[in-house]
Design a protein around this ligand. Sequence first.
Ligand SMILES: [Fe+2]
Ligand SMILES: [Fe+2]
Length: 147
Amino acid sequence: MATLKSVTKVSAGLKGLLNEAIAREIAVSVQYMWQHVQVMGVKGVAVKDHFKQTAVAEMKHAEKIAERLWYLGGVPTTKPDPITVGGSLAEFLDFDIKAEEKAVALYKKIIDQAQKEGDITTAFIFKEILEDEEEHHDLFTTMREEV
Ligand SMILES: [Fe+2]
Ligand SMILES: [Fe+2]
């Protein structure tokens, strides 16, 4: 089998950061989907689709990042970060706001590192994902105000 050779070479450190990103995307994908399943009460009914849609968006991020990492010669992790579902809608949202804040910080770091290494495509991919994560953060903080 021919070895896939990327025209872009990146450091092991950047590949490691991409795997950190994948681990957290898998985790939040499960976290939000299980919140969608477990949410209760009238407020829960009103917001449950948002958890599902966001869970699906996160799985797409995981796929996108894994494709990029594989192209760069890395192997995508299958191990998620710790998953924190919570026991009430308020708790769900507190965990989710924290998760999105962590995503924003990590993805800014990845964009910086990718740019330093001349990996424009990875920087571009993470700029797009960063925009989604800021939208998720905005969604969860808005939902939290009414809980
Ligand atoms: Fe994401
Ligand atoms: Fe997100």
